[in-house]
Design a protein around this ligand. Structure first.
Ligand code: FMN
Length: 261
């Protein structure tokens, strides 16, 4: 599934996404579905924090958010696309990300693959791709490629065209290869990464300490071994528990509680 955050429907970002689709289809038979945030009914986040603390079903905004999330759940992979607008993603993309804020706490897409794609007049693409990568990873995706395309407002020289094309081909190849492993992951045959298990255990431990304030996280993490059925190696488990002790010692002032007077 490709989600496009440009307010220009057939602009540079869409053109880049279409080229990527062509490259992917040259390699194998993949279905592509496009979702333009420009056309979606997504209200602006009101900042109530209900989705994060109490549950996304309490979000007061009734619009296309749930439908978009369902489509993401059906697809094996995600291509998240945004042009650089003043050093970061567009407002459309940022609002979409904010509306999914609770997914950073309670991810739903482990086992799926993602590619982040950004077009720019010349600067800010590295930072924008990094930001998109962090967000998409926090939703549970494995980000396998970051593709920046330089699209200045003047005719491109051959050298720039080649650089863009090379990056696109490389990203398409990486994404294609990764999608092939999704069926194995679905069968639970792939090992859990240390980083992902660590993140799971941090959220699980914190949620156990803040049940009163974050009941949705508490409910989500309670009695779970991992985000989804998976094999977790004994060394991963042992190392994680040691690291947790260190992390929570360092973060000891951050938890809830009243200091003694
Ligand atoms: C409001 C606005 C802000 C932009 N900010 C930047 C920027 O910070 N850095 C940059 O290199 N290009 C910037 N650009 C150029 C776009 O990133 C570039 O043209 C991009 O390819 C547009 O993609 P689109 O046609 O899909 O909308 C900006 C363009 C607009 C309209």
């Amino acid at each position: 599934m490709t989600i496009i955050g440009s307010p220009r429907k057939k602009g540079n970002s869409y053109q880049a996404a279409k080229k990527l689709e062509e490259e992917m289809k040259n390699k194998g038979d993949y279905e592509f579905e496009y979702l333009f945030l420009k056309d979606a009914h997504l209200e602006s986040c009101k900042g109530c924090f209900n989705c994060v603390s109490k549950g996304d079903e309490i979000c007061p905004l009734k619009d296309d958010r749930k439908m978009i999330e369902e489509k993401m759940g059906e697809a094996d992979g995600l291509i998240l696309v945004s042009p650089v607008y003043v050093m970061t993603v567009t407002a459309l993309m940022k609002n979409f990300i904010d509306r999914l804020a609770y997914r950073c706490h309670r991810p739903a897409y482990h086992g799926k693959k993602a590619l982040v794609l950004s077009t720019t007049g010349g600067i800010g693409v590295k930072e924008t791709l990094k930001y998109m990568e962090l967000v998409v990873e926090s939703w549970g995706y494995d980000v396998v490629a970051k593709c920046g395309q330089i699209t200045p407002p003047w005719p491109q020289k051959e050298g720039m065209k080649k650089k863009n094309r090379d990056k696109l081909l490389k990203s398409a190849a990486e994404f294609y290869k990764s999608l092939k492993s999704v069926s194995l992951i679905k069968q639970g045959k792939s090992a859990v990464k240390f980083r992902d298990y660590m993140s799971f255990r941090i959220f699980q431990t914190v949620s156990g300490n803040v049940e009163e304030y974050m009941p949705a996280d508490y409910k989500y993490y309670k009695n779970k071994e991992y985000y989804k059925p998976a094999k977790i190696g004994i060394p991963t488990k042992i190392l994680t528990e040691i690291m947790l002790k260190v992390i929570f010692f360092m973060m000891r002032d951050m938890g809830p509680g009243n200091d003694k007077k």
